[in-house]
Ligand binder design. Sequence first.
Ligand code: MD3
Ligand code: FE
Length: 205
Amino acid sequence: MSDLLASLTPIERIGEGAVLLRGFCANDGEALMRAVRAIEAEAPFRHMVTPGGRGMSVAMTNCGRTGWVTDLTGYRYEACDPTSAKPWPTMPDIFFDLARRAAAAGGYPNFEPDACLINRYEPGARMAPHQDKDERDFTAPIVSVSLGLPATFLWGGLARSDKTQRFTLHDCDVVVWGGPSRLVYHGVAPVKNGGRYNLTFRRAR
Ligand code: MD3
Ligand code: FE
């Protein structure tokens, strides 16, 4: 999207420190998906295992200086892909620039993501409500980019028992979560149709 159009994106405030930028990356959707294809050629999507021993329904890969992984020993960030023992693919400039522009639009200038987790949702895939707390520094926001088919996003509060709001995230919607929203519980309801991707940009270290 041109900076002119980006500046015209309606900014929906969905919570304290959290904004939804509908269609923010609409001009870049195809280039972003081409970049996902190139990353997956180096670091294929895989179903990781949680410490509890369950295979995740969402298939994942990463790019950037470090990547989020889980196995029987726990959740953590790793500089290398455990499947290949090679460093994760470099974060493409188009990813980094998008994350930075979105964060700035959401009120977080100078975001420097070092990790991009790429989630792929096939039919029936879901993400149970959780907090993102494996990062060193919670002062940086998280930027999430939805690509492909829509999904119902679940977003609660700082306690697991807090009431959950739902909203639909569509192709090229971008959400920025920071400040008081950084540690809210969130998840994704089971998707009926596959073909949804989500890029989650974080400052992990
Ligand atoms: C709200 N992914 O990978 S992204 C995840 O659509 C994850 O694939 C979901 O949750 C997905 O950890 C949701 C949106 C998101 C990411 C991080 C958040 C929302 C967040 C952190 C705090 C609050
Ligand atoms: Fe999350």
